[in-house]
Design a protein around this ligand. Structure first.
Ligand SMILES: *Cc1c(COP(=O)(O)O)cnc(C)c1O
Length: 427
């Protein structure tokens, strides 16, 4: 029934029956009751579907995952405790010790660390690549043990846009899936699954929640990748799982294989479930997501245009600006606009940028982004602090780069705040 994204934000995932709660109930219960031992035994063997323990599944979480799934045009979805857990699960579900994968080097600092440091300790190797390289160059990074390709729809913090045609071709020409973190664009402005991605991840902490209330993540699978056609590459999905009496996920669950494995194996063992209470906050956030994204884009465009016109600003990057290097890809893949995040540098370099930040009154310094309130931070000192100068350069993070996440305030108030801070910083 729900057709457009605006309507889906409100109605997808949970449709109450006659006399049932209008708002999604919070199932604040760890466990479910069964009448017979056999009834419950079948759940443990994945022979019957049903709830038994919240670490595996919970109805509140499932309703929210179903909404995100519908918004993304996916086949199956799950929530995780954080965006970090979502990206880890998304890759670890198909990569094991001895495997390799490729990621754009322009990604969120936390993901960079997860892939480059922590997963390396697990024996999974990752190659960071410049996403602007031509197709032929990118092909050279593929190895026989490469299992997936990862990128962000809109890169955090450099707000570049993934060339979906190039990256989905790269993945599919080599028989591997493309995983895309769609946190910044949200399903309102971009649907990676319709552009050739196979799996989408989210930090729901950002725009989807939108009100800085709960850390969470999500994974959505298109169900399109044919695991059995590349049987030898993905043994976790195509050979028997001893922990479930020899189930072969891809044969037993078809299009739901990837999410079923991630839930029944990874979530069971690693336990990074989203709290049902947090899933409820995510549900509330999703209801207004389409309205908020439209305003974030409108406000950010106005502020980017102002910044581009103030000669105290060294440079500004926002895909919505006609002169921006990502503008054409934006028009192609997200015609409604990118999001509210932009970045810029203040003339006078790193020192002036920091003084400017400290002089703002309305916009606040916070380790957060993509929120209803205007927030900013300095990646080289904050989110990307652990990176070397070389790695910062590789990730495209200039030393003076300020990541500015435009909120829903009156844009003229935000501009007035920026102007007074520039007056102080450059006095
Ligand atoms: C914040 C963020 C993450 C990590 O999400 P958490 O919910 O903080 O764990 C991953 N990817 C992107 C693009 C992000 O902005």
């Amino acid at each position: 029934m729900s057709t457009t994204v605006d309507t889906k934000c409100l109605h997808a995932g949970y449709v109450p029956g006659n006399g049932e709660a209008r708002q999604l109930p919070i199932y604040q219960s760890t466990t479910w009751k069964y009448s017979t031992s056999d009834d419950m035994g079948k759940l443990f063997d994945l022979e019957a579907s049903g709830y038994f323990y919240t670490r595996l599944q919970n109805p509140t979480n499932d309703a929210v995952a179903a909404k995100i799934c519908e918004l993304e045009g996916g086949y199956a979805a799950m929530l995780t405790s954080s965006g970090q857990a979502a990206n880890f699960f998304a890759v670890f579900n198909i990569c094991e010790a001895g495997d390799h994968f490729i990621t754009s080097s322009s990604i969120y600092g936390g993901t960079y660390n997860l892939f480059g440091v922590t997963m390396k300790k697990m024996g999974i190797e990752c190659t960071f690549v410049d996403q602007n390289l031509p197709y032929e160059e990118l092909c050279k990074f593929i190895k026989p043990n490469t299992k997936c390709i990862f990128g962000e729809t809109i890169t955090n913090p450099t707000v570049d846009i993934l060339d979906f045609d190039k990256f989905s071709k790269l993945a599919h020409d080599h028989g591997i899936p493309l995983i895309v973190d769609n946190t910044f664009a949200t399903p309102v402005n971009c649907n990676p699954l319709k552009l050739g991605a196979d799996i989408v991840t989210h930090s729901t902490t950002k725009y989807i929640d939108g009100h800085a209330s709960s850390v969470g993540g999500a994974i959505v699978d298109s169900g399109n990748f044919d695991w059995l056609a590349h049987k030898e590459k993905f043994p976790g999905l195509t050979t028997p799982d001893d922990s479930y009496h020899g189930i072969i996920y891809a044969e037993r669950f078809g299009k739901a294989a990837y999410i079923t494995k991630a839930t029944s194996q990874l979530m069971r063992d690693l336990g990074s479930i989203q709290a049902p209470q947090n899933a409820y906050y995510v549900q509330i956030g999703l209801e207004s997501l389409a309205v908020r994204m439209e305003r974030h884009v409108k406000n950010a465009t106005k502020i980017a245009e102002y910044l581009a016109s103030d000669d105290r600003i060294a440079w500004v990057k926002y895909p919505g600006l006609k002169t921006d290097s990502a503008h054409e890809l934006m028009l192609k893949y997200m015609p409604k606009g990118s999001c509210g995040v932009l970045c810029f540098g203040v003339k006078g370099g790193r020192e002036a940028s920091i003084k400017f930040m400290d002089s703002l009154k309305l916009s606040t310094i916070a380790t957060h982004v993509a929120d209803c309130k205007t927030l900013l931070l300095h990646p080289a000192s904050h989110t990307h602090r652990q990176m070397s100068e070389e790695q910062l350069k590789e990730a495209g993070v200039a030393p003076d780069l300020i990541r500015f996440s435009v909120g829903l305030e009156d844009p003229d108030d935000i501009i007035a705040d920026i102007k007074q801070a520039l007056d102080i910083a450059l006095a």
